[in-house]
Design a protein around this ligand. Structure first.
Ligand code: F6R
Length: 596
Protein backbone atom coordinates (compact mmCIF):
# COMPACT_ATOMS: atom_id res chain seq x y z
CA UNK A 1 0.00 0.00 0.00
CA UNK A 2 1.24 3.50 -0.75
CA UNK A 3 3.10 5.48 1.90
CA UNK A 4 3.63 9.21 2.43
CA UNK A 5 6.21 11.14 4.43
CA UNK A 6 6.88 14.88 4.42
CA UNK A 7 9.34 17.10 6.34
CA UNK A 8 9.69 20.80 7.06
CA UNK A 9 12.28 22.06 9.54
CA UNK A 10 15.92 22.97 10.03
CA UNK A 11 17.54 19.64 9.18
CA UNK A 12 18.42 18.23 5.81
CA UNK A 13 15.21 16.74 4.44
CA UNK A 14 16.47 13.88 2.27
CA UNK A 15 17.76 11.48 4.97
CA UNK A 16 14.57 12.01 6.98
CA UNK A 17 12.40 11.30 3.94
CA UNK A 18 14.38 8.20 2.95
CA UNK A 19 14.34 6.75 6.47
CA UNK A 20 10.64 7.44 6.69
CA UNK A 21 10.00 5.63 3.42
CA UNK A 22 12.00 2.67 4.69
CA UNK A 23 9.79 2.46 7.76
CA UNK A 24 6.80 2.20 5.42
CA UNK A 25 8.34 -0.57 3.31
CA UNK A 26 6.37 -3.25 5.20
CA UNK A 27 3.25 -1.95 3.48
CA UNK A 28 4.53 -3.03 0.08
CA UNK A 29 5.29 -0.80 -2.90
CA UNK A 30 6.51 -0.93 -6.45
CA UNK A 31 8.20 2.46 -6.86
CA UNK A 32 9.34 5.39 -4.76
CA UNK A 33 10.08 9.07 -5.21
CA UNK A 34 10.56 12.42 -3.53
CA UNK A 35 10.48 16.16 -4.20
CA UNK A 36 12.62 18.65 -2.32
CA UNK A 37 12.46 22.43 -2.39
CA UNK A 38 15.69 24.42 -2.66
CA UNK A 39 16.31 28.06 -3.65
CA UNK A 40 12.78 28.42 -5.05
CA UNK A 41 13.14 25.30 -7.16
CA UNK A 42 11.59 21.86 -6.88
CA UNK A 43 13.70 18.77 -7.65
CA UNK A 44 11.89 15.49 -8.08
CA UNK A 45 13.49 12.06 -8.26
CA UNK A 46 11.51 8.85 -8.79
CA UNK A 47 12.53 5.25 -9.32
CA UNK A 48 10.77 1.98 -10.02
CA UNK A 49 11.57 -0.78 -7.54
CA UNK A 50 13.16 -0.54 -4.13
CA UNK A 51 14.00 2.57 -2.11
CA UNK A 52 17.65 1.55 -2.57
CA UNK A 53 17.28 2.47 -6.26
CA UNK A 54 16.04 5.91 -5.30
CA UNK A 55 18.87 6.36 -2.79
CA UNK A 56 21.51 5.58 -5.43
CA UNK A 57 20.32 8.54 -7.46
CA UNK A 58 20.23 11.14 -4.71
CA UNK A 59 22.79 13.90 -4.26
CA UNK A 60 23.53 15.88 -1.10
CA UNK A 61 21.26 18.85 -0.76
CA UNK A 62 20.63 21.64 1.68
CA UNK A 63 16.88 21.32 1.31
CA UNK A 64 14.82 21.56 4.47
CA UNK A 65 11.41 20.86 2.92
CA UNK A 66 10.30 17.76 1.04
CA UNK A 67 7.62 15.18 0.39
CA UNK A 68 8.15 11.52 -0.49
CA UNK A 69 6.07 8.51 -1.45
CA UNK A 70 6.11 4.75 -1.95
CA UNK A 71 3.59 3.77 -4.60
CA UNK A 72 1.54 0.65 -4.89
CA UNK A 73 0.06 0.58 -8.40
CA UNK A 74 -3.70 0.83 -8.78
CA UNK A 75 -4.04 2.95 -11.95
CA UNK A 76 -1.23 2.58 -14.44
CA UNK A 77 1.80 0.32 -14.45
CA UNK A 78 4.34 0.27 -11.64
CA UNK A 79 7.03 2.32 -13.40
CA UNK A 80 9.05 5.51 -12.94
CA UNK A 81 6.62 7.79 -14.79
CA UNK A 82 3.66 6.68 -12.72
CA UNK A 83 5.62 6.91 -9.46
CA UNK A 84 4.89 9.88 -7.17
CA UNK A 85 5.49 12.79 -6.63
CA UNK A 86 3.57 14.28 -9.57
CA UNK A 87 4.31 17.82 -10.66
CA UNK A 88 2.44 20.50 -12.59
CA UNK A 89 3.63 21.66 -16.01
CA UNK A 90 5.94 24.46 -14.89
CA UNK A 91 7.38 22.40 -12.04
CA UNK A 92 6.17 24.79 -9.35
CA UNK A 93 3.82 22.43 -7.51
CA UNK A 94 4.44 18.83 -6.41
CA UNK A 95 2.02 16.38 -4.82
CA UNK A 96 2.01 12.90 -3.30
CA UNK A 97 -1.33 11.13 -3.06
CA UNK A 98 -2.78 7.97 -1.54
CA UNK A 99 -6.28 6.92 -2.56
CA UNK A 100 -8.23 6.94 -5.81
CA UNK A 101 -9.65 9.88 -7.77
CA UNK A 102 -12.80 8.29 -9.16
CA UNK A 103 -13.73 11.08 -11.57
CA UNK A 104 -10.21 11.47 -12.94
CA UNK A 105 -11.28 10.75 -16.54
CA UNK A 106 -13.78 13.62 -16.54
CA UNK A 107 -11.30 15.97 -14.83
CA UNK A 108 -8.54 14.96 -17.23
CA UNK A 109 -10.73 15.75 -20.22
CA UNK A 110 -11.52 19.14 -18.75
CA UNK A 111 -7.86 19.98 -18.14
CA UNK A 112 -6.75 18.65 -21.51
CA UNK A 113 -9.22 21.00 -23.19
CA UNK A 114 -7.42 23.80 -21.35
CA UNK A 115 -4.14 22.63 -22.83
CA UNK A 116 -2.72 20.61 -19.93
CA UNK A 117 -0.42 17.77 -21.02
CA UNK A 118 -0.36 14.70 -18.78
CA UNK A 119 2.79 12.69 -18.40
CA UNK A 120 1.62 9.62 -16.42
CA UNK A 121 -1.25 7.13 -16.50
CA UNK A 122 -2.21 7.79 -12.89
CA UNK A 123 -5.33 9.28 -11.44
CA UNK A 124 -3.15 11.20 -8.93
CA UNK A 125 -1.46 13.47 -11.49
CA UNK A 126 -4.80 15.26 -11.89
CA UNK A 127 -4.28 16.81 -8.46
CA UNK A 128 -1.02 18.57 -9.39
CA UNK A 129 -2.62 20.16 -12.46
CA UNK A 130 -5.87 21.05 -10.73
CA UNK A 131 -4.10 22.75 -7.83
CA UNK A 132 -1.91 24.57 -10.34
CA UNK A 133 -5.00 25.75 -12.23
CA UNK A 134 -6.36 27.43 -9.10
CA UNK A 135 -3.06 28.69 -7.69
CA UNK A 136 -2.69 32.48 -7.43
CA UNK A 137 -0.56 32.96 -4.33
CA UNK A 138 -2.32 30.79 -1.75
CA UNK A 139 -1.47 27.07 -1.92
CA UNK A 140 -4.05 26.05 0.67
CA UNK A 141 -6.85 27.88 -1.10
CA UNK A 142 -5.88 26.36 -4.44
CA UNK A 143 -5.83 22.89 -2.87
CA UNK A 144 -9.30 23.39 -1.39
CA UNK A 145 -10.65 24.54 -4.78
CA UNK A 146 -9.13 21.51 -6.47
CA UNK A 147 -10.49 19.10 -3.87
CA UNK A 148 -13.97 20.54 -4.26
CA UNK A 149 -13.98 19.08 -7.78
CA UNK A 150 -12.61 15.70 -6.81
CA UNK A 151 -14.69 12.58 -6.18
CA UNK A 152 -12.86 9.78 -4.44
CA UNK A 153 -10.38 9.34 -1.63
CA UNK A 154 -7.17 11.07 -0.77
CA UNK A 155 -4.36 11.40 1.67
CA UNK A 156 -2.56 14.31 0.03
CA UNK A 157 0.58 16.36 0.62
CA UNK A 158 1.44 19.38 -1.55
CA UNK A 159 4.42 21.72 -1.78
CA UNK A 160 5.13 24.78 -3.90
CA UNK A 161 8.54 26.04 -5.05
CA UNK A 162 8.28 29.38 -3.20
CA UNK A 163 6.34 28.58 -0.03
CA UNK A 164 7.86 27.36 3.21
CA UNK A 165 4.91 25.13 4.00
CA UNK A 166 3.37 21.76 3.31
CA UNK A 167 -0.39 21.49 2.70
CA UNK A 168 -1.98 18.18 3.63
CA UNK A 169 -5.57 17.00 3.25
CA UNK A 170 -7.42 13.83 4.04
CA UNK A 171 -10.53 11.99 2.90
CA UNK A 172 -10.68 8.23 3.30
CA UNK A 173 -6.92 7.70 3.38
CA UNK A 174 -4.98 8.20 6.61
CA UNK A 175 -2.69 11.16 7.26
CA UNK A 176 -0.99 12.29 10.42
CA UNK A 177 1.01 15.36 11.43
CA UNK A 178 4.04 14.76 13.64
CA UNK A 179 5.08 17.65 15.87
CA UNK A 180 8.72 18.44 16.63
CA UNK A 181 10.88 21.35 17.86
CA UNK A 182 11.30 23.80 14.96
CA UNK A 183 10.30 20.99 12.65
CA UNK A 184 7.12 19.16 11.71
CA UNK A 185 6.32 16.01 9.78
CA UNK A 186 3.49 14.50 7.80
CA UNK A 187 2.99 10.81 7.13
CA UNK A 188 0.45 8.22 6.14
CA UNK A 189 1.42 6.05 9.10
CA UNK A 190 3.14 6.50 12.46
CA UNK A 191 6.27 4.33 11.89
CA UNK A 192 7.50 6.76 9.22
CA UNK A 193 8.08 9.53 11.78
CA UNK A 194 8.36 7.72 15.08
CA UNK A 195 12.11 8.04 15.37
CA UNK A 196 11.67 11.85 15.34
CA UNK A 197 8.56 12.48 17.40
CA UNK A 198 5.89 10.71 19.41
CA UNK A 199 3.47 13.67 19.33
CA UNK A 200 0.99 13.29 16.51
CA UNK A 201 -2.27 14.71 15.23
CA UNK A 202 -4.59 12.45 13.29
CA UNK A 203 -6.32 14.32 10.50
CA UNK A 204 -9.98 13.46 10.03
CA UNK A 205 -11.83 13.22 6.73
CA UNK A 206 -12.42 16.57 5.01
CA UNK A 207 -9.69 18.32 6.96
CA UNK A 208 -6.84 20.29 5.45
CA UNK A 209 -3.75 21.59 7.25
CA UNK A 210 -1.06 24.18 6.57
CA UNK A 211 2.18 23.04 8.16
CA UNK A 212 5.20 25.30 8.69
CA UNK A 213 8.33 24.52 10.69
CA UNK A 214 7.06 26.28 13.82
CA UNK A 215 3.31 26.07 13.39
CA UNK A 216 0.39 24.16 11.99
CA UNK A 217 -3.25 25.06 11.39
CA UNK A 218 -6.00 22.57 10.68
CA UNK A 219 -9.26 23.57 8.97
CA UNK A 220 -12.37 21.80 7.85
CA UNK A 221 -12.49 21.97 4.07
CA UNK A 222 -15.49 24.34 4.49
CA UNK A 223 -13.10 26.91 5.99
CA UNK A 224 -13.69 26.56 9.77
CA UNK A 225 -10.57 26.09 11.90
CA UNK A 226 -10.49 22.89 13.98
CA UNK A 227 -8.78 22.40 17.36
CA UNK A 228 -7.02 19.08 17.14
CA UNK A 229 -6.02 16.81 19.98
CA UNK A 230 -2.31 15.95 20.20
CA UNK A 231 -1.76 12.24 20.79
CA UNK A 232 1.30 10.80 22.51
CA UNK A 233 2.41 7.56 20.86
CA UNK A 234 3.21 4.99 23.52
CA UNK A 235 4.41 2.06 21.42
CA UNK A 236 7.89 1.18 20.27
CA UNK A 237 8.65 0.85 16.59
CA UNK A 238 8.92 -2.91 16.93
CA UNK A 239 5.46 -3.15 18.52
CA UNK A 240 3.94 -1.00 15.83
CA UNK A 241 5.22 -3.32 13.20
CA UNK A 242 3.16 -6.03 14.86
CA UNK A 243 0.59 -3.35 15.65
CA UNK A 244 0.42 -4.52 19.26
CA UNK A 245 -0.46 -8.09 18.27
CA UNK A 246 1.48 -10.95 19.82
CA UNK A 247 2.24 -12.43 16.41
CA UNK A 248 2.21 -11.26 12.81
CA UNK A 249 -0.18 -14.11 12.02
CA UNK A 250 -2.77 -12.78 14.46
CA UNK A 251 -2.29 -9.26 13.15
CA UNK A 252 -2.76 -10.51 9.62
CA UNK A 253 -5.94 -12.39 10.57
CA UNK A 254 -7.26 -9.16 12.03
CA UNK A 255 -6.22 -7.19 8.96
CA UNK A 256 -8.66 -9.08 6.74
CA UNK A 257 -11.42 -6.45 6.72
CA UNK A 258 -8.79 -4.05 5.35
CA UNK A 259 -7.04 -6.47 2.98
CA UNK A 260 -10.41 -7.37 1.45
CA UNK A 261 -11.20 -3.66 1.05
CA UNK A 262 -7.84 -3.17 -0.63
CA UNK A 263 -8.46 -6.04 -3.05
CA UNK A 264 -11.69 -4.32 -4.04
CA UNK A 265 -10.42 -0.77 -4.28
CA UNK A 266 -10.97 0.74 -7.71
CA UNK A 267 -12.29 -2.57 -9.02
CA UNK A 268 -15.87 -2.70 -7.84
CA UNK A 269 -18.04 0.41 -7.82
CA UNK A 270 -21.36 0.28 -9.72
CA UNK A 271 -19.76 -2.23 -11.98
CA UNK A 272 -16.81 -4.58 -12.06
CA UNK A 273 -13.56 -3.19 -13.49
CA UNK A 274 -10.59 -5.51 -13.97
CA UNK A 275 -8.13 -4.86 -16.76
CA UNK A 276 -7.57 -8.14 -18.59
CA UNK A 277 -5.70 -8.16 -21.84
CA UNK A 278 -7.45 -11.10 -23.51
CA UNK A 279 -10.86 -11.69 -25.02
CA UNK A 280 -12.80 -14.06 -22.80
CA UNK A 281 -14.87 -15.21 -25.75
CA UNK A 282 -11.77 -16.84 -27.22
CA UNK A 283 -11.20 -18.93 -24.07
CA UNK A 284 -12.58 -22.47 -24.04
CA UNK A 285 -11.12 -23.68 -20.77
CA UNK A 286 -9.42 -22.31 -17.67
CA UNK A 287 -6.63 -24.07 -15.79
CA UNK A 288 -5.81 -22.97 -12.23
CA UNK A 289 -2.34 -23.76 -10.92
CA UNK A 290 -0.92 -23.16 -7.45
CA UNK A 291 0.62 -24.75 -4.33
CA UNK A 292 -0.49 -25.13 -0.71
CA UNK A 293 -2.96 -22.57 0.55
CA UNK A 294 -3.05 -20.90 -2.86
CA UNK A 295 -4.09 -24.25 -4.34
CA UNK A 296 -7.01 -24.31 -1.91
CA UNK A 297 -8.15 -20.94 -3.20
CA UNK A 298 -7.82 -22.33 -6.73
CA UNK A 299 -10.26 -25.13 -5.78
CA UNK A 300 -12.73 -22.49 -4.63
CA UNK A 301 -12.04 -20.54 -7.83
CA UNK A 302 -13.20 -23.55 -9.87
CA UNK A 303 -16.60 -23.42 -8.15
CA UNK A 304 -16.89 -19.68 -8.66
CA UNK A 305 -15.79 -19.52 -12.29
CA UNK A 306 -17.84 -22.50 -13.42
CA UNK A 307 -20.94 -21.24 -11.61
CA UNK A 308 -20.71 -17.68 -12.88
CA UNK A 309 -19.34 -18.22 -16.38
CA UNK A 310 -20.06 -21.80 -17.52
CA UNK A 311 -16.44 -22.06 -18.63
CA UNK A 312 -14.93 -25.45 -17.73
CA UNK A 313 -12.16 -25.19 -15.13
CA UNK A 314 -9.38 -27.59 -14.14
CA UNK A 315 -7.26 -27.23 -11.02
CA UNK A 316 -3.83 -28.73 -10.64
CA UNK A 317 -0.95 -28.65 -8.20
CA UNK A 318 1.75 -26.64 -9.95
CA UNK A 319 4.29 -29.26 -8.86
CA UNK A 320 2.35 -32.02 -10.68
CA UNK A 321 1.47 -29.98 -13.74
CA UNK A 322 5.07 -29.01 -14.45
CA UNK A 323 6.07 -32.65 -14.89
CA UNK A 324 3.03 -33.81 -16.88
CA UNK A 325 2.46 -33.45 -20.56
CA UNK A 326 -0.66 -31.32 -20.22
CA UNK A 327 -2.85 -30.95 -23.30
CA UNK A 328 -3.25 -27.20 -23.66
CA UNK A 329 -3.42 -24.65 -26.43
CA UNK A 330 -3.91 -20.95 -27.13
CA UNK A 331 -7.64 -21.46 -26.43
CA UNK A 332 -6.83 -22.09 -22.75
CA UNK A 333 -6.32 -19.50 -20.05
CA UNK A 334 -3.88 -20.60 -17.34
CA UNK A 335 -4.28 -18.77 -14.05
CA UNK A 336 -1.45 -19.04 -11.54
CA UNK A 337 -2.14 -18.09 -7.93
CA UNK A 338 0.71 -17.19 -5.58
CA UNK A 339 1.05 -14.95 -2.55
CA UNK A 340 4.81 -14.51 -2.91
CA UNK A 341 4.99 -14.62 -6.68
CA UNK A 342 8.24 -16.56 -6.24
CA UNK A 343 7.14 -20.19 -5.69
CA UNK A 344 9.43 -22.32 -7.86
CA UNK A 345 6.84 -24.97 -8.81
CA UNK A 346 4.25 -22.36 -9.74
CA UNK A 347 6.78 -20.46 -11.83
CA UNK A 348 7.83 -23.64 -13.65
CA UNK A 349 4.19 -24.61 -14.27
CA UNK A 350 3.53 -21.13 -15.65
CA UNK A 351 6.47 -21.45 -18.03
CA UNK A 352 5.18 -24.82 -19.20
CA UNK A 353 1.72 -23.35 -19.91
CA UNK A 354 3.33 -20.47 -21.82
CA UNK A 355 5.45 -22.85 -23.87
CA UNK A 356 2.19 -24.46 -24.99
CA UNK A 357 0.83 -21.04 -26.07
CA UNK A 358 -1.78 -20.82 -23.30
CA UNK A 359 -2.80 -17.30 -22.31
CA UNK A 360 -1.74 -16.58 -18.74
CA UNK A 361 -3.03 -14.56 -15.82
CA UNK A 362 -1.55 -14.19 -12.33
CA UNK A 363 -3.23 -13.59 -8.98
CA UNK A 364 -0.22 -12.39 -7.02
CA UNK A 365 0.33 -10.47 -3.81
CA UNK A 366 3.93 -9.35 -4.13
CA UNK A 367 4.23 -6.56 -6.68
CA UNK A 368 7.10 -6.96 -9.12
CA UNK A 369 7.76 -10.60 -8.13
CA UNK A 370 9.02 -13.04 -10.75
CA UNK A 371 5.64 -14.64 -11.47
CA UNK A 372 3.98 -11.21 -11.63
CA UNK A 373 6.49 -10.23 -14.30
CA UNK A 374 6.07 -13.48 -16.29
CA UNK A 375 2.29 -13.52 -16.73
CA UNK A 376 0.48 -11.88 -19.68
CA UNK A 377 -1.90 -10.08 -17.34
CA UNK A 378 -2.30 -9.92 -13.60
CA UNK A 379 -4.50 -9.06 -10.67
CA UNK A 380 -2.55 -7.90 -7.64
CA UNK A 381 -4.12 -8.99 -4.36
CA UNK A 382 -3.00 -5.83 -2.52
CA UNK A 383 -3.23 -7.71 0.80
CA UNK A 384 -0.06 -5.97 2.01
CA UNK A 385 3.02 -7.86 3.14
CA UNK A 386 2.22 -11.19 4.75
CA UNK A 387 4.94 -11.91 7.28
CA UNK A 388 3.51 -14.85 9.27
CA UNK A 389 4.53 -18.06 7.52
CA UNK A 390 0.99 -19.42 7.59
CA UNK A 391 -0.94 -17.65 4.88
CA UNK A 392 -4.17 -16.02 6.10
CA UNK A 393 -5.08 -12.67 4.60
CA UNK A 394 -3.56 -13.60 1.23
CA UNK A 395 -5.92 -16.60 1.07
CA UNK A 396 -9.07 -14.56 1.61
CA UNK A 397 -7.84 -11.93 -0.89
CA UNK A 398 -7.23 -14.70 -3.43
CA UNK A 399 -10.77 -16.00 -3.02
CA UNK A 400 -12.18 -12.50 -3.25
CA UNK A 401 -10.12 -11.79 -6.38
CA UNK A 402 -11.37 -15.02 -7.93
CA UNK A 403 -14.93 -13.85 -7.27
CA UNK A 404 -14.16 -10.51 -8.93
CA UNK A 405 -12.52 -12.30 -11.85
CA UNK A 406 -15.58 -14.54 -12.26
CA UNK A 407 -17.81 -11.45 -12.38
CA UNK A 408 -15.53 -9.82 -14.95
CA UNK A 409 -15.46 -12.95 -17.14
CA UNK A 410 -19.26 -13.25 -16.93
CA UNK A 411 -19.54 -9.61 -17.96
CA UNK A 412 -17.20 -10.28 -20.92
CA UNK A 413 -19.46 -13.13 -21.98
CA UNK A 414 -22.57 -10.92 -21.67
CA UNK A 415 -24.07 -13.20 -19.03
CA UNK A 416 -26.63 -11.78 -16.56
CA UNK A 417 -25.07 -9.46 -13.98
CA UNK A 418 -24.95 -10.87 -10.43
CA UNK A 419 -25.89 -7.65 -8.64
CA UNK A 420 -26.56 -9.60 -5.42
CA UNK A 421 -22.98 -10.87 -5.41
CA UNK A 422 -21.52 -7.42 -6.11
CA UNK A 423 -23.60 -5.91 -3.30
CA UNK A 424 -22.61 -8.62 -0.85
CA UNK A 425 -18.90 -8.29 -1.69
CA UNK A 426 -19.06 -4.62 -0.74
CA UNK A 427 -20.33 -5.37 2.77
CA UNK A 428 -18.02 -8.32 3.37
CA UNK A 429 -15.32 -6.29 5.21
CA UNK A 430 -17.92 -5.23 7.81
CA UNK A 431 -19.08 -8.80 8.27
CA UNK A 432 -15.49 -9.94 8.80
CA UNK A 433 -14.99 -7.24 11.46
CA UNK A 434 -18.22 -8.36 13.12
CA UNK A 435 -17.03 -11.97 13.19
CA UNK A 436 -13.60 -11.17 14.64
CA UNK A 437 -15.37 -10.26 17.91
CA UNK A 438 -15.90 -14.04 18.41
CA UNK A 439 -12.18 -14.51 18.99
CA UNK A 440 -12.34 -14.98 22.79
CA UNK A 441 -14.79 -17.84 22.37
CA UNK A 442 -12.49 -19.53 19.88
CA UNK A 443 -9.57 -19.33 22.31
CA UNK A 444 -11.72 -21.09 24.91
CA UNK A 445 -12.45 -23.89 22.43
CA UNK A 446 -8.73 -24.06 21.57
CA UNK A 447 -7.96 -24.70 25.27
CA UNK A 448 -10.17 -27.81 25.16
CA UNK A 449 -8.40 -29.29 22.13
CA UNK A 450 -4.78 -28.16 22.34
CA UNK A 451 -3.60 -31.61 23.42
CA UNK A 452 -5.47 -33.55 20.74
CA UNK A 453 -3.30 -35.69 18.52
CA UNK A 454 -5.51 -35.65 15.42
CA UNK A 455 -8.23 -33.49 13.87
CA UNK A 456 -10.66 -34.07 11.03
CA UNK A 457 -12.09 -31.17 9.01
CA UNK A 458 -15.19 -31.80 6.89
CA UNK A 459 -16.96 -29.58 4.39
CA UNK A 460 -18.91 -29.90 1.14
CA UNK A 461 -19.08 -28.15 -2.19
CA UNK A 462 -17.38 -24.77 -2.22
CA UNK A 463 -16.49 -25.32 1.44
CA UNK A 464 -14.60 -28.57 0.96
CA UNK A 465 -11.42 -26.55 0.12
CA UNK A 466 -12.04 -24.61 3.34
CA UNK A 467 -11.86 -27.92 5.25
CA UNK A 468 -8.51 -28.58 3.54
CA UNK A 469 -7.29 -25.10 4.43
CA UNK A 470 -8.39 -25.45 8.08
CA UNK A 471 -6.48 -28.72 8.35
CA UNK A 472 -3.38 -27.24 6.69
CA UNK A 473 -3.38 -24.22 9.03
CA UNK A 474 -3.58 -26.47 12.07
CA UNK A 475 -0.86 -28.89 11.03
CA UNK A 476 1.67 -26.30 9.88
CA UNK A 477 1.64 -24.19 13.03
CA UNK A 478 0.51 -26.54 15.82
CA UNK A 479 2.13 -29.77 14.52
CA UNK A 480 -1.13 -31.64 15.19
CA UNK A 481 -2.00 -34.14 12.50
CA UNK A 482 -5.11 -32.99 10.64
CA UNK A 483 -6.99 -34.13 7.54
CA UNK A 484 -9.51 -32.30 5.41
CA UNK A 485 -12.18 -34.32 3.60
CA UNK A 486 -15.35 -33.79 1.61
CA UNK A 487 -17.90 -34.66 4.31
CA UNK A 488 -19.53 -37.40 2.24
CA UNK A 489 -16.20 -39.17 1.79
CA UNK A 490 -15.97 -39.80 5.54
CA UNK A 491 -17.93 -43.03 5.31
CA UNK A 492 -15.51 -44.34 2.68
CA UNK A 493 -12.67 -44.66 5.17
CA UNK A 494 -11.95 -41.90 7.73
CA UNK A 495 -15.03 -42.86 9.79
CA UNK A 496 -12.90 -45.70 11.15
CA UNK A 497 -10.83 -43.08 12.99
CA UNK A 498 -13.73 -41.60 14.92
CA UNK A 499 -13.89 -42.10 18.66
CA UNK A 500 -14.10 -39.87 21.73
CA UNK A 501 -10.57 -38.57 21.07
CA UNK A 502 -11.26 -37.30 17.58
CA UNK A 503 -12.32 -33.66 17.21
CA UNK A 504 -14.22 -33.14 13.95
CA UNK A 505 -14.64 -29.62 12.61
CA UNK A 506 -17.71 -29.32 10.39
CA UNK A 507 -18.17 -26.39 8.03
CA UNK A 508 -21.93 -26.36 8.35
CA UNK A 509 -23.07 -22.93 7.22
CA UNK A 510 -26.30 -22.71 5.21
CA UNK A 511 -26.25 -24.26 1.75
CA UNK A 512 -28.29 -26.61 -0.42
CA UNK A 513 -26.23 -29.42 1.08
CA UNK A 514 -27.00 -28.52 4.72
CA UNK A 515 -29.29 -31.55 5.35
CA UNK A 516 -26.52 -33.84 4.13
CA UNK A 517 -23.97 -32.22 6.46
CA UNK A 518 -26.39 -32.83 9.34
CA UNK A 519 -26.51 -36.52 8.61
CA UNK A 520 -22.67 -36.62 8.49
CA UNK A 521 -22.71 -34.97 11.92
CA UNK A 522 -25.06 -37.62 13.23
CA UNK A 523 -22.62 -40.29 12.05
CA UNK A 524 -19.83 -38.65 14.06
CA UNK A 525 -22.02 -38.09 17.11
CA UNK A 526 -23.11 -41.71 17.28
CA UNK A 527 -19.43 -42.72 17.38
CA UNK A 528 -18.68 -40.28 20.24
CA UNK A 529 -16.57 -37.94 18.12
CA UNK A 530 -16.30 -34.34 19.38
CA UNK A 531 -18.04 -31.92 17.02
CA UNK A 532 -17.01 -28.31 16.48
CA UNK A 533 -19.49 -26.77 14.03
CA UNK A 534 -19.03 -23.57 12.05
CA UNK A 535 -22.59 -22.37 11.50
CA UNK A 536 -24.87 -19.41 10.85
CA UNK A 537 -27.55 -18.07 13.16
CA UNK A 538 -30.44 -20.03 14.66
CA UNK A 539 -29.50 -23.46 13.43
CA UNK A 540 -31.03 -25.52 16.23
CA UNK A 541 -30.42 -28.91 14.62
CA UNK A 542 -26.70 -28.21 14.57
CA UNK A 543 -26.75 -26.86 18.10
CA UNK A 544 -28.29 -30.14 19.31
CA UNK A 545 -25.59 -32.26 17.70
CA UNK A 546 -22.45 -30.17 18.15
CA UNK A 547 -20.30 -30.03 21.28
CA UNK A 548 -19.09 -26.55 20.34
CA UNK A 549 -20.47 -24.09 17.80
CA UNK A 550 -18.90 -21.01 16.25
CA UNK A 551 -21.30 -18.61 14.61
CA UNK A 552 -20.26 -16.75 11.47
CA UNK A 553 -22.36 -14.02 9.82
CA UNK A 554 -24.64 -15.10 6.96
CA UNK A 555 -23.39 -14.41 3.49
CA UNK A 556 -23.94 -15.72 -0.04
CA UNK A 557 -22.69 -19.25 -0.56
CA UNK A 558 -20.19 -18.00 -3.17
CA UNK A 559 -18.51 -15.90 -0.48
CA UNK A 560 -18.96 -18.31 2.43
CA UNK A 561 -15.38 -19.68 2.15
CA UNK A 562 -14.07 -16.23 3.10
CA UNK A 563 -16.21 -16.12 6.25
CA UNK A 564 -15.79 -19.78 7.14
CA UNK A 565 -12.02 -19.86 7.01
CA UNK A 566 -11.76 -17.12 9.67
CA UNK A 567 -12.67 -19.33 12.66
CA UNK A 568 -10.34 -22.03 11.33
CA UNK A 569 -7.43 -19.58 11.11
CA UNK A 570 -8.13 -18.43 14.66
CA UNK A 571 -8.56 -21.97 16.01
CA UNK A 572 -5.20 -23.01 14.54
CA UNK A 573 -3.55 -19.82 15.82
CA UNK A 574 -4.80 -20.22 19.40
CA UNK A 575 -4.01 -23.92 19.62
CA UNK A 576 -0.44 -23.25 18.40
CA UNK A 577 -0.03 -20.27 20.72
CA UNK A 578 -1.35 -22.23 23.72
CA UNK A 579 1.18 -24.95 22.90
CA UNK A 580 3.92 -22.31 23.04
CA UNK A 581 4.93 -22.65 19.38
CA UNK A 582 6.59 -19.77 17.51
CA UNK A 583 3.50 -19.21 15.40
CA UNK A 584 5.15 -16.89 12.88
CA UNK A 585 8.05 -19.21 12.18
CA UNK A 586 6.91 -22.82 12.51
CA UNK A 587 9.59 -25.46 12.10
CA UNK A 588 10.76 -26.52 8.64
CA UNK A 589 8.67 -23.93 6.79
CA UNK A 590 9.66 -20.87 4.75
CA UNK A 591 7.45 -18.02 3.70
CA UNK A 592 8.33 -18.33 0.08
CA UNK A 593 9.31 -21.67 -1.44
CA UNK A 594 11.79 -20.78 -4.15
CA UNK A 595 13.27 -24.25 -4.49
CA UNK A 596 11.64 -27.49 -5.57
C1 F6R B 1 0.43 -22.29 3.95
C2 F6R B 1 1.24 -21.58 2.99
C3 F6R B 1 1.80 -22.32 1.84
C4 F6R B 1 1.77 -21.45 0.59
C5 F6R B 1 2.48 -22.18 -0.58
C6 F6R B 1 2.39 -21.38 -1.86
O1 F6R B 1 -0.02 -21.46 4.97
O2 F6R B 1 1.49 -20.41 3.13
O3 F6R B 1 1.10 -23.51 1.63
O4 F6R B 1 0.44 -21.18 0.26
O5 F6R B 1 3.83 -22.36 -0.26
O6 F6R B 1 2.96 -20.11 -1.68
P1 F6R B 1 2.64 -18.92 -2.65
O7 F6R B 1 1.21 -18.58 -2.50
O8 F6R B 1 3.56 -17.83 -2.21
O9 F6R B 1 2.95 -19.39 -4.04
Amino acid sequence: MCGIIGYIGEKEAIPILINGLKKLEYRGYDSAGLTIQNNSQLSTIKKQGKIKELEKNLKDSKSKIGIAHTRWATHGKPNEINAHPHINQNNSISIVHNGIIENHNALKELLEKEGVKFSSNTDSEILAHLISKFYKDDLEEATIKALELVEGTYGLAVINKDKEEIIVARKGSPLIIGLGEHENFVASDVPAILEHTKRVIYLDDNEIAKIKKDSYKVKHINGNYVDKEIHEIKWSLDKIEKKGFKHFMLKEIYEQPLSIKNALRGRLTDNIKLNLNFDINEIQRIILLACGTSWHSALIGKHLIEKLTNIPVEVDYASEFRYRNPVISEKDLTIVISQSGETADTLAALKKAKSKKSKTLGLINVVGSTIAREVDSGIYLHAGPEIGVASTKAFTSQVLSLALLSLQLAKGKNLPIRQDLMDEIKILPNKISEFLKEDTKIREIAKEFKDSKNFLYLGRGINFPVALEGALKLKEISYIHAEGYPAAEMKHGPIALIDENMPVVFIATKSDLSPKILSNMQEVKSRNGKIIAIKNDNDYEIKKLADYTIKVPDTLEELSPIMNVLPLQLLAYHIADLKGIDVDKPRNLAKSVTVE
